[in-house]
Design a binder for this molecule. Structure first.
Ligand code: CIR
Length: 253
């Protein structure tokens, strides 16, 4: 059974880090109900949901993808680039260990946010950003090269994380909102989508993706390619530069 690692949002979510967008009011109750709906999408499809211990002192702790990245059966515990987020990995690593998942680590002076890691087949694109530094990318490469993954560093300047700008469909097509993608030519198959919040998809299975409900034209574009598209509202997380990918870590069976 596939497993989903999540952490419930902190009541302090509104105080989370912001880099590229203006701060606007966040409704913590709406955030919690959106988070529950997001988790229910997976639960209703048979995923086992594992909650990482709440960490209310970490405003951005709900964005668990930044703390843990899966490569097949192995986890990499990151070292987040923002000081305010570094402590999130402690409880995330405990949950990974309790779930019996072997883990590797990014160590100082390396930094890496999971939002900067996009896997397409055996290629791992890694955004070099304000959060992920060259040392972090080199450590990841050293972990992954012997395991048969090819790490490709991608400079990212226009958005917070690589995956704020691009993700991939089940067939490996990389999708992005072009004004926010530094270099679309990096990707062998690139599809431009019409809405910023349409760029983030989670692959649920070979025919199904999950995405924000705030990108209806992009949802239609994906349906036109034969995909089943499930949408979920995540407005309160998008206000903090989050998206559907960063709210969970998928441990696929
Ligand atoms: C941050 O700036 O770290 C959070 N406010 C948002 C993190 C979103 N994470 C992601 O896209 N992987």
């Amino acid at each position: 059974m596939s497993r989903l690692l999540v952490r419930r949002p902190s009541p302090r979510l509104a105080e989370g880090e912001l880099t590229h967008i203006e701060r606007v009011p966040v409704d913590p109750d709406l955030a919690l109900s959106q988070w529950r709906s997001y988790v229910d999408v997976y639960r209703s499809r048979g995923w086992e949901v594992i909650e990482i211990e709440a960490a209310d002192e970490h405003a951005d702790g709900v964005f668990v993808e930044d703390a843990v990245v899966m490569f097949g059966d192995v986890a990499v515990i990151t070292r987040p680039g923002a000081d305010s987020r570094r402590g999130e990995t402690v409880s995330a690593a405990e949950t990974v260990a309790a779930a019996g998942i072997p883990a590797l680590r990014i160590e100082a002076p390396g930094t890496l946010d999971g939002g900067d890691v996009l896997k397409v087949g055996r290629t791992v694109y890694v955004g070099q950003t304000l959060r992920t530094n060259p040392e972090g990318i080199e450590q990841l490469r050293a972990h992954l090269a012997p395991r048969g993954w090819n790490v490709v560093a991608v400079p990212v300047t226009k958005v917070l994380h690589l995956k704020s700008g691009v993700t991939a469909l089940p067939d490996g097509t990389v999708v992005g909102f072009e004004p926010l993608v530094d270099d679309p030519d990096v990707y062998p198959d690139f599809l431009a989508v019409p809405e910023e919040h349409g760029t983030a998809v989670v692959v649920l299975d070979e025919n199904t993706v999950l995405m924000s409900s705030d990108a209806p034209q992009t949802a239609e574009l994906y349906r036109g390619r034969g995909l089943e598209v499930i949408t979920t509202p995540i407005s309160e997380f998008e206000k903090l530069e989050g998206c559907v990918t960063c709210l969970s870590v998928r441990v696929r069976d």
